[in-house]
Design a protein around this ligand. Structure first.
Ligand code: ZN
Length: 390
């Protein structure tokens, strides 16, 4: 596992060790050092603190392989020693989970939410507070709260500079929640949270160069390059949805015309299907998938065109950044079987030979993915948000 040059600080080692043990534990110090490509001294020092805090325990020594050397002592997580709350704020609902240190979700909730309401932040605060009270009532230790929002977040402060979807601008969300709740709160962009969680806990953890394309009502891109998340100078990198792909195309939520998102987001697909009379109003993505699977030529053509556009745009990004893999998440995965072939055709047409082996991996999607990632981001805070500490 490579970590970006200079990104390994004391905190980062801690995060990496906790995530590795959650995925692969129990492991000896030597195994941890080898897998994280860090020195044994760094791991000995890092794990000493985690043992002292009660987050890790030493298991019974095991004879060394071959029987000659010293027996090795496996370390494992104490799953209940820390809990985190993860929250996804979306434009119609708030989803939350409580997660243990080993990343197991032990409780989840979902509430309708109106970000345009004048007391939206107070409502959000109250929802989180009741989850904190539930954790306290059960006597569980709380490490912090991670909040994922659709929009541009300053990684260092947790201030939401702009969210078109929520209609919020210049909102110091992390500071406000921290003050109201009195616990550590980390706020991050939703796709960045999923990307950081994938880097630490997901199958992508062993991958130093990957992209994560989230395709649903909006389209975003998380990037891990040379082991470290890439956020851009102002935390605004990854606005893949606003890549211009069609001159004079439909108007996009950002105000420009012909953005990728205005053509191939799930919202755009449904709008096009309704306008073209392929589906009656009120129908959803499942209905579009059903129509195409039943051979409706207009539905098949609509999805073929969307997949081709998406594949072409993705080819441009892969040619530019050269990742090993592209992970696809989001609501669109429900109809991925209908997009996969035309997308791969478009990729083959446009990928340069050197990156033609880039893997496309589709991850299972469910409503709690972003909230669960936000819960992991609390532990991953040094990775996701270097100085957002409360
Ligand atoms: Zn746009």
């Amino acid at each position: 596992m490579r970590w970006g040059a200079g990104s390994i600080s004391g905190d980062m080692t801690r995060t990496a060790v906790l995530a590795l043990l959650a995925r692969r534990g129990p492991l000896s110090r030597a195994q941890i050092a080898e897998m994280l490509e860090l020195s044994p001294a760094t791991i000995t020092q890092g794990t000493r603190r985690l043992l002292a805090e009660g987050l890790l325990v030493e298991e019974a020594p095991r004879p060394s392989a071959g029987g000659g050397g010293r027996p090795s002592v496996p370390l494992s997580l104490v799953p209940g020693s820390a809990h985190t709350i993860g929250i996804q704020v979306a434009h119609e609902h708030v989803t939350g989970v409580t997660s243990r240190l080993d990343a197991t979700v032990v409780h989840s909730f979902r509430h309708a939410f109106d970000p345009a309401s004048p007391d939206a932040v107070e409502t959000l605060t109250a929802l989180i507070r009741s989850e904190i009270e539930e954790i306290e009532r059960r006597g569980l230790p709380l490490a912090g709260v991670g909040v994922a929002v659709p929009g541009i977040v300053e990684p260092e402060t947790g201030t939401l500079s702009m969210s078109v979807r929520l209609g919020w601008t210049g909102l110091p969300l992390a500071a406000r929640l921290r003050e109201a709740l009195g616990v550590p709160v980390f706020v991050d962009n939703d796709i960045s949270a999923v990307t950081a969680a994938e880097r630490l806990y997901g199958p992508g953890a062993d991958e130093a160069d990957f992209l994560l394309a989230a395709i649903g009502q909006g389209i975003g891109l998380g990037m891990v390059l040379d082991g470290a998340p890439y956020r851009g100078a102002a935390g605004a990198a990854g606005e893949f949805g606003h890549m211009p792909v069609q001159p004079d195309g439909p108007q996009c939520v950002c105000g420009n015309r012909g953005c990728l998102e205005s053509l191939v987001s799930t919202e755009a697909l449904l709008r096009t299907a309704h306008e073209a009379g392929i589906l009656p109003a009120e129908s959803d993505l499942d209905d579009l998938g059903t129509a195409a699977r039943h051979g409706d030529p207009a539905a098949v053509q609509l999805l073929h065109n969307a997949a081709t556009l998406l594949g072409r745009a993705l080819a441009g990004v892969v040619n530019l950044l050269g990742p090993r893999s592209v992970i696809i998440i989001g609501e669109i995965t429900a109809i991925w079987d209908l997009l996969d072939d035309p997308l791969h055709e478009a990729l083959l047409d446009h990928l340069l030979p050197a990156v033609r082996d880039t893997r496309i991996e589709v991850r299972p999607w469910h409503d709690e993915v972003i909230a669960a990632s936000a819960a992991r981001v609390v532990l991953a805070a040094p990775l996701a948000a270097p100085r957002q500490r409360g």
